[in-house]
Design a protein around this ligand. Structure first.
Ligand code: 5AD
Ligand code: SF4
Ligand code: FES
Length: 345
């Protein structure tokens, strides 16, 4: 196993079979090499992003997600521009230098509305990065938002396998369109993030290998990977959650594939295991994304059951994360935390 891990460390890629072997392995050496690779680029500094969940309305119907339109139990809300700016203000004072506006696909947020908000944040916080995570939008829409001042766009591809994509989404959604959006975002000039869930229903190790190969091709700046967690009011209510070990292996493999990659230790990872985010950092992640949403919003933005941080304030999460990182020997960087461009492989 050490040979294979050393090979990935040196060459940044492997054959399909070799990737499969590493995905299934149980070797602390994988995490050691991943930490070392990250340390060479980023030292012991972890980047922080403030997540602002701006709308729980969604016109889509992804089978796995608690915000899907057919979930009539979900409480819906959307934040006003004023509320979003207030979150940024609170966030800035708590050392955040990246704001991530995330939401379901909500037609209320037209290009004019969203570009207006982005422009206001851009003007008020010229030293901060603005990330959007608002689902699939048209090329023109993404270009307008970029011109308004957005720097980054997160759009998980969810799975790189067509049949698996169809098992997770209703027929009106397509992997072809999802991938086209990601390529469009890159063309426009965004730092792009893709990603997927671990252990989503029907997922196999071969699917995950396809995800890794797609990531190799797209060369994103960020990759978000977290365990699938069932939500009780979705078609996948009775499915089992994704595995901690497999998620950590994927984070470490991604780090070795691309030492500069921005890799979050996700909230979902912190939900399936009390120490999940720390373990994620110890497997090679270098980004944390504490919640900056207002108290009323947090309890309503439920993609999956038992989500953490719904009762805490922005300040509580900010310092909770700092303490957690400190306990394992890392510190938070007060910085935008931009992607350092390099040859991917
Ligand atoms: N469990 C884990 N992650 C989920 N997401 C949506 N629903 C779930 C779930 N049940 C993830 C998707 C989406 C991101 C915003 O959250 O990957 O892209
Ligand atoms: Fe909507 Fe995103 Fe949830 Fe799909 S994953 S239902 S697009 S919020
Ligand atoms: Fe929210 Fe710990 S990060 S409570």
């Amino acid at each position: 196993m050490r040979d294979l891990i050393d090979k990935l460390t040196e060459r940044h890629t492997l054959s399909r079979d070799e990737f499969k072997t590493l995905l299934a392995c149980d070797s602390p050496y994988l995490y050691e090499r991943a930490r070392e690779a990250r340390r060479q680029v980023y030292g012991s500094r972890i980047f922080m992003r403030g997540l602002i969940e701006i709308t729980s309305y969604c016109k889509n119907n992804c089978y796995y997600c608690g915000l899907r339109r057919d979930n009539t139990n979900a409480e819906r809300y959307r934040l006003t521009g004023e509320q979003i700016l207030a979150c940024c203000k609170a966030g800035y004072d708590l050392d955040f230098r990246t704001f991530v506006l995330q939401g379901g696909e909500d037609d209320y947020f037209t290009d004019d509305v969203l570009a207006g908000i982005v422009r206001e944040i851009r003007t008020a916080y010229p030293d901060c990065a603005i990330s959007l995570s608002m689902g699939e939008r048209s090329y023109e829409s993404c270009r307008r938002l970029f011109d308004a001042g957005a720097d980054r766009y997160l759009l998980r591809h969810e799975t790189a396998d067509d049949a698996h994509y169809s098992a997770l989404h209703p027929p009106e959604m397509s992997l072809v369109n999802r991938k086209k959006c990601l390529w469009d975002l890159k063309k426009i000039g965004y730092q792009v993030g893709c990603g997927f869930m671990v252990g989503s229903p029907g997922q196999t190790l071969d699917h995950i290998v396809e995800d890794l190969l797609f990531i190799e091709e797209l060369k994103p700046a960020m990759v978000g990977v977290g365990p699938f967690i069932p939500h009780s009011s979705t078609p996948f209510a009775c499915e089992k959650p994704g595995s901690l070990r497999l998620t950590l292996n994927i984070l470490a493999i991604l780090r070795l594939m691309s030492p500069n990659l921005l890799i979050p230790a996700t909230t979902a990872l912190g939900t399936i295991d009390g120490a999940g985010r720390e373990l994620g950092v110890q497997a090679g992640a270098n980004v944390v994304m504490p919640n900056l949403s207002p108290a009323e919003a947090r309890k309503k933005y439920l993609l999956y059951d038992n989500k953490i941080c719904t009762d805490e304030s922005s300040a509580e999460c900010r310092f909770c994360i700092q303490n957690r990182l400190k306990s394992i020997g890392y510190e938070i960087a007060v910085s935008r935390g931009d992607y350092i461009s390099h040859e991917f492989a």
